[in-house]
Structure formats: C-alpha cells, structure tokens
Ligand binder design. Structure first.
Ligand SMILES: N[C@@H](CCC(=O)N[C@@H](CS)C(=O)NCC(=O)O)C(=O)O
Length: 203
C-alpha cells in the first residue's frame, strides 16, 4: 500500500493517523507541491485534481481524504470506524461534511493564507473556521466523541487539525484561547490517547 502525501498537509495527516489506528503500514511518497510535482502528468493520472493525499492499495487508487478514510475504514476496520447501519453511517458522514466545508474552507484555508502567504480572504476563512469550531464545541461539551459513543473516522477527520501545537504550525492566532479550540484540543488529545492504546501512532 502506498500513500502519496506531504508532511505538512492536514489532509494527508488524517490518513496517516487512520492507518496507524488500523495498524496498517503504507509506503509514504512525498509529493512536492512547491515544485509542482502534483501538476506532473504521472501524478494527475492518479488524481486529476492534482492534490494529496492519494492512496494506492495494490492498484486500487483513491483520492480525497474523506473518501480514503471511508475506503480504509470499510475495508480494514470492520464496524468500528464507519458502521454500516443507516443511522450510524449517516452520523459519521455528517461530521465528514463539516470537515469538507468549515474545516477545509475555514481553518485550513486560513492556515495556508497565514503560513504560506497564499491569496484569499482571511477574515471570511476565519469566520467559517470559527463557526465549525463552535459546532465541534457544542458536540464535545456533551459527548466524548463526535459521532456515536466511540471513536470513528469523524474524530480522525476533524480533531487532528486542532491538535496542540497546530497554532505554531501556522493556524491563525486569532483562534487561540477560545473555549471551542480548547475543547477541540481535548477531543484531539482523547483521540491520541486512544491511538496510543491501539497503535504506535502516526509520525
Ligand atoms: N478535499 C481534498 C483536499 C486536498 C487538498 O487540498 N490537498 C492540498 C494539500 S493539503 C493540495 O494537494 N493542494 C495542491 C493543489 O490544490 O494544487 C482532500 O480532503 O483530500
């Protein structure tokens, strides 16, 4: 199994995290976005969107981090990480939607504007990110996990982006010190503790 990824990429991190939680090993191939490797023909043939992460599981090629999580959870995780009953699956998927919207276009966008000086509307990104954090906070104030009563790919998808130290790696300062950030940190710590219990943890 091979994962095309990038150390700094939050979208790639969540796949490394899930691989570790599932006790799976993958060969990691760094795709250098700065040098435009993701726009080369060989990489576009794997992912026409030219983005990491991409998983190649012995010829089965999947791109987009939530899709990769769904694939890994269903293929290797039994019912634990993504259950097949209607309600359980829907509850997990609704959190993946938060990841694809508020996290990606809010927190992650704000991060690339601040850290990599990419163009974009920082205020809008932060407002959306804060909205997403508020939704996480509301849930985590009353539950240990985002979906159901156990860790699922919803936690793997959403919590690592707010892991302690994330701010140093470029998340906007204006998000610091907020109750929902602290709560998301606690959620992330809970997931990492769980990860330590079942696996060596991601790098
Ligand atoms: N929805 C995608 C987003 C992937 C994404 O934005 N990847 C970034 C790195 S974190 C990337 O490859 N950007 C290069 C580009 O878009 O040209 C996912 O979750 O995998």
């Amino acid at each position: 199994m091979k994962l095309y990824d990038l150390e700094l990429s939050g979208n790639s991190y969540r796949i490394r995290l899930l691989l570790a939680l599932l006790g799976l090993k993958a060969e990691l191939q760094t795709v250098n976005l700065i040098h435009g490797e993701n726009r080369k023909e060989w990489f576009l043939s794997l992912n026409p969107r030219g983005q990491v992460p991409v998983l190649d599981d012995h010829g089965v090629v999947i791109w987009d981090s939530p899709a990769i999580m769904v694939y890994l959870a269903r293929k290797y995780g039994g019912e634990q990480w993504l259950p097949t009953d209607a309600r359980g699956m829907a509850e997990v998927m609704q959190w993946l939607a938060v990841m694809e919207n508020e996290t990606l276009f809010g927190l992650a966008r704000a991060r690339v504007i601040c850290k990599f000086k990419r163009p974009g509307n920082l205020e809008e990104a932060q407002a959306l990110g804060n909205k997403g954090l508020g939704v996480l906070e509301q849930r985590l104030a009353q539950h240990d996990w985002l979906a159901l009563d156990r860790p699922t790919i919803a936690d793997g998808a959403l919590l690592p982006l707010r892991r302690p130290g994330a701010r140093r790696r470029g998340f906007p300062r204006s998000l610091s010190g907020r109750a929902e950030v602290d709560s998301a940190h606690q959620g992330a710590a809970r997931l990492r503790r769980h990860a330590r219990g079942v696996a060596a943890g991601p790098r």
